[in-house]
Design a protein around this ligand. Structure first.
Ligand code: B4P
Length: 191
């Protein structure tokens, strides 16, 4: 199993690049953002609760994210491996994932971190807000809140993987093809 974590702030290109990575490497896409938005779209009581949390740019609880991830992995564990897009977002989630993989006799193979500055991120997210209508992209205060949470709570996860010699940081600025080529070069070192 080859398990890749695509890491980076909101708007860094995780969802965008995941599509090309899946095509090239045949791994299964696990996007916690997509799973949460599917639950919201279903109109369930849980979906309403999730919407209150994420539409304002805040996280769901670790327990909610972990339960979703575990169910998804159990349903898709016979594939080539996974690309994690948006998970882990806390050090707690990273620890939990390591334990889950240990039980499955597997591991995180590599973490590719997309580095993009805040000005570019704000521009990308507000442009997407105009085109796609995602509630958490609509308002600059919400976008700033998401970036703040990223810097305070999610960025320390990078250090966690650096200490395990699994971190590859690459520039997320440039054309989508240029970024993709950099990601592939990083992945090939761990294949
Ligand atoms: P996500 O769906 O993961 O939201 P995201 O980080 O905004 O998306 P992404 O980073 O994939 O967007 P992309 O750069 O591809 O999560 C949504 C919310 O769910 C979170 O805020 C949180 O509340 C909650 N959540 C999710 N996971 C959680 C967890 N584990 N724990 C707790 N809560 C969780 O695209 C952005 C834009 O940039 C696009 O318009 C794209 O076209 C553009 N772009 C991409 N690459 C570009 C390039 N090279 N040049 C120019 N533009 C580019």
């Amino acid at each position: 199993m080859f398990n890749l974590i695509l890491f980076g702030p909101p708007g860094s290109g995780k969802g965008t690049q995941s599509k090309s990575i899946i095509e090239k490497y045949g791994v299964t896409h696990l996007s916690t953002g997509d799973l949460l938005r599917e639950e919201i779209a279903s109109g369930s009581e849980l979906g309403k609760k999730i919407s209150q949390m994420i539409d304002g740019g805040n996280f769901v609880t670790d327990e909610m994210a972990q339960e979703m991830v575990e169910n998804f992995i159990n349903k898709n564990k016979d594939g080539e491996g996974f690309i994690f897009d948006g998970f882990p977002r806390t050090v707690n989630q990273a620890d939990w994932l390591a334990n889950l993989f240990l039980k499955m006799n597997s591991k995180v193979s590599v973490v590719v971190s997309l580095e993009v500055d805040d000005e570019e991120l704000k521009k990308r997210l507000s442009d997407r807000g105009k085109q796609m209508g995602r509630p958490d992209d609509q308002n600059m205060d919400i976008i700033k809140n998401r970036l703040d949470i990223y810097r305070k709570i999610t960025e320390p996860v990078k250090e966690y993987y650096k200490n395990k010699n699994k971190l590859e940081s690459i520039a997320g600025i440039g054309s989508m093809q240029e970024v993709f080529d950099r990601i592939c070069t990083a992945i090939e070192k761990y294949k």
